[in-house]
Design a binder for this molecule. Structure first.
Ligand SMILES: Nc1nc2c(ncn2[C@@H]2O[C@H](COP(=O)(O)OP(=O)(O)OP(=O)(O)O)[C@@H](O)[C@H]2O)c(=O)[nH]1
Ligand SMILES: [Mg+2]
Length: 338
């Protein structure tokens, strides 16, 4: 199962209490106050790692607590600080505080850290509280409680290229051709229920991560079909392949299909529309009138999009599509936008 959203509870360690103690030495029976400070409680820290790819582990464990600080001791000995609790999460994890809804951090790089619950401060021992009028204070501070909160962890897959389109457009078939991913493919809508990633190799040094997501339909932003939440998995891609069925059995005019999906993307986030898109006409093998391809090409180019017609069944133009993707991605690199 693909787990891309979990709730966890985190709690920093409690600070150790300060000690109340007095020096009692052989020749100084009434030595001064000597209660040491309590140690600080450990922090709970999330750490991004490339070793994990899902939030699956959190299905089995939802509560995390860092170690408490030790209490202070006599002879001015400070308690030890509690150890931080490090929790590994996959790269691409966005961390939200559930109560405030605020995004606390966005863990995108290997080793990146985010302190999600601070440990409490240790209390000061009575040694701190001696004054000229009270040279033997009998009190010390308690350690503070650690911070605690519920977090929502959401995994945004970090893909380079996202595949979008209506259900049945042929997204999963295409990713299965361009990568080693083996998604389910069928001739009914909403075959794909959760995102699938695949790696497309161009040459030894160059590869791109493709993301196949569930199809969008009109009203997806209002919860129809599988909704539009899945778009978050392609939110960070640099390029979208927008698939439209151009076969003779298509259920909708390709330009109309394109507009429907654009509208839903815009509802999700207007920023999605500023992403580069290549329009991919699919199922070319099942198109009887080939002159239609030129017409479509013209129409899409008029709107400012590159257009390519392919068949994932006969492999027609798949190499050309790969080449186009590579070109578009390298444009970014040259412009230093990566
Ligand atoms: N003739 C032909 N059929 C295709 C081609 N590509 C996909 N199909 C068929 O179209 C149907 C839908 O394909 P999928 O790849 O599952 O479509 P999808 O876009 O992933 O659909 P959802 O996951 O439901 O959004 C399947 O029956 C495929 O066999 C193609 O190039 N030629
Ligand atoms: Mg699919």
């Amino acid at each position: 199962m693909f787990i891309d959203r979990v709730k966890i509870h985190v709690k920093g360690g409690r600070g150790g209490d300060g000690a109340v103690a007095f020096l009692r030495e052989k020749y100084r029976p009434f030595g001064g106050p000597a209660g040491g400070d309590g140690g600080k409680g450990g922090d709970v820290v999330l750490v991004a790692t490339s070793r994990k790819h899902t939030l699956y582990d959190f299905k089995f464990r939802a509560h995390f607590r860092a170690q408490d600080g030790e209490h202070g001791k006599g002879k001015n000995q400070h308690g030890k600080d509690g150890q931080d609790l490090l929790i590994e999460v996959p790269m691409g994890t966005v961390v939200k505080d559930i109560e405030s809804g605020q995004v606390l951090c966005d863990l995108v790089e290997e080793g990146q850290r985010c302190v999600v619950a601070k440990g409490g401060k240790g209390g000061r021992g009575n040694a701190h509280f001696a004054t000229p009028t009270n040279q033997a204070p009998r009190y010390a501070e308690k350690g503070e409680k650690g911070e605690e909160r519920w977090l929502l962890l959401e995994l945004k897959l970090i893909a380079d290229v996202g595949l979008v389109g209506l259900p049945n457009a042929g997204k999963s078939t295409l990713i299965s051709k361009l990568t080693r991913a083996k998604p389910k493919i069928a001739d009914y809508p909403f075959t794909t229920l959760s995102p699938v990633l695949g790696v497309m190799e161009i040459d030894e040094e160059t590869h791109y991560v493709l993301a196949d997501i569930p199809g969008l339909i009109e009203g997806a932003s209002k919860g129809r079909g599988l909704g539009h939440e899945f778009l978050r998995h392609v939110e960070r891609t640099r390029l979208l392949l927008h698939l439209v069925d151009i076969s003779s059995m298509r259920s909708m005019d390709p330009l109309e299909a394109f507009e429907v999906v654009l509208k839903e993307m815009k509802e999700y986030s207007p920023a999605m529309l500023s992403k580069r898109q290549i329009v991919v006409g699919t199922k070319l093998d099942a198109l009887s009138d080939r002159s239609y391809v030129d017409k479509l090409k013209e129409e899409f180019e008029k709107r400012g999009y590159k257009f390519i017609a392919i068949s994932a069944l006969t492999d027609e133009n798949l190499d050309e599509l790969k080449y186009l993707v590579d070109q578009e991605m390298k444009k970014d690199e040259k412009a230093g936008k990566v």
